[in-house]
Design a binder for this molecule. Structure first.
Ligand code: FES
Length: 362
């Protein structure tokens, strides 16, 4: 196509059938709108991260981007009042019932400066002792707390890390964080799933930021503790996992591995069983994020399918010296591996003793 030629986009009736249509002028996408008997043609590419404006919707005279809802005037391309982000506007004419559009826009558009989100800063490990984050995925009513066996063992492991292994520790209880469910930006397009999560960027009250900060920037080791719920990890784990898609997706869309030289271990407890399935799923998920695992990367406890005396379960865990030792040993293996990654220790020449079920053979 020659420079700034008129291009015939076809019968205007095609563009009157719906308020917004995506079309091509040469190789450029445009958003053709029709409302109150008037057409408008603006660039079809959102200035945020390239969402297809022609596939969005109209809110009065504004086009709403289908990815994260930035809005632009459908005729002038100007951002909503107060948002100086403007997409280019195109000249058009209607000739003999057909819509003709100039191949070059009549305005340049404008992308204002948006300060980058603090989480996008370069990932640089600060000097200091090894840092461990424990994440508890147990849900409970905060006004009427109860003992969680997985959280209890996680606390045991964290106490061991700070008192004996001289690590810095942090505990994040997902139940205390207010964060939204993943809203499926990835389902719109891989590029619509941004780092950090689009929700984190849009909603200052969303507290998933604390998990991103800990996993991507702060911790060397993460120990996740989850109960077993109907044979799977807890619903809070899955709520968090879905929001971590943006970490994995950076590998896909930006060739960026945000999690490097970090170690993950797991504590899994349940009244009934399915430990192996839960462990398998956690291992797969965190390996996709970039974590490494110590040998024997989880400890677990369950009372088995036919044990319905759950009122004894907490007591059984509290009394179990083996489970406490198991939690501490898991922490030691995880810390050891993290120390090797950071060059603080040589690679061990013998395999750690682990993998034992909690109770010793008699
Ligand atoms: S709002 Fe359009 S790409 Fe994000």
């Amino acid at each position: 196509m020659k420079q700034n030629e008129w291009q015939n986009l076809g019968p205007i009736e095609n563009f009157k059938k719906q308020p917004l249509t995506e079309a091509l002028v040469g190789k450029k996408k445009v958003a053709v709108s029709y409302r109150d008997g008037k057409f408008g043609v603006v660039s079809g590419t959102c200035l945020h991260v390239g969402g297809p404006l022609g596939r969005g919707h109209l809110k009065e005279d504004y086009i709403v981007c289908p990815w994260h809802q930035w809005t632009y005037h459908r005729i002038t391309g100007k951002g909503e009042p107060g948002y100086p982000d403007d997409v280019p506007q195109y000249e058009f004419e209607i000739r003999e019932g057909r819509l003709w559009v100039r191949s070059e826009p009549v305005t340049k558009g404008n992308r204002s400066e948006h300060p980058p989100h603090p989480l996008t800063r370069p990932i640089e490990r600060k000097e200091g002792p090894l840092r461990i984050v424990g994440i508890s995925a147990t849900a409970m009513d905060p006004k009427n707390p109860r003992v969680s066996t997985s959280e209890l063992l996680l606390q045991t492991a964290l106490d061991h890390a700070s008192s004996q292994l001289k690590c810095e520790t942090k505990l994040i209880k997902l139940k205390d964080l207010k964060f939204r469910n993943c809203e499926g930006y990835y389902s719109k397009s891989a590029r619509a799933c941004t780092w950090p999560c689009s929700i984190t960027q849009m909603d200052k009250t969303d507290e998933m930021e604390q998990v991103y900060e800990a996993l991507v920037h702060w911790a060397d080791v993460m120990i996740l503790a989850t109960p077993i719920r109907w044979g799977s990890a807890s619903s809070l784990f899955f709520k968090m996992a879905e929001r971590l898609n943006c970490v994995q997706n950076q590998i896909t869309i930006a060739n960026k591995v945000l999690i490097q030289k970090k170690v993950a271990g797991f504590i899994i407890t349940g009244g009934q069983d399915n430990i192996q399935a839960v462990a398998g799923q956690l291992l797969m998920f965190f390996s996709e994020l970039g974590f490494h695992f110590p040998q024997f990367p989880f400890i677990a406890h369950s009372r088995g399918w036919s044990a319905e005396d759950m009122e004894h379960n907490v007591e059984a865990v509290i009394k179990s010296k083996e489970l406490r030792e198991g939690a501490e040993a898991l922490m030691e293996r995880s810390v050891e591996l993290a120390a090797q990654f950071l060059g603080m220790k040589k690679v061990a020449d013998k395999t750690a003793r682990g993998g034992r079920k909690a109770h010793r053979l008699v």
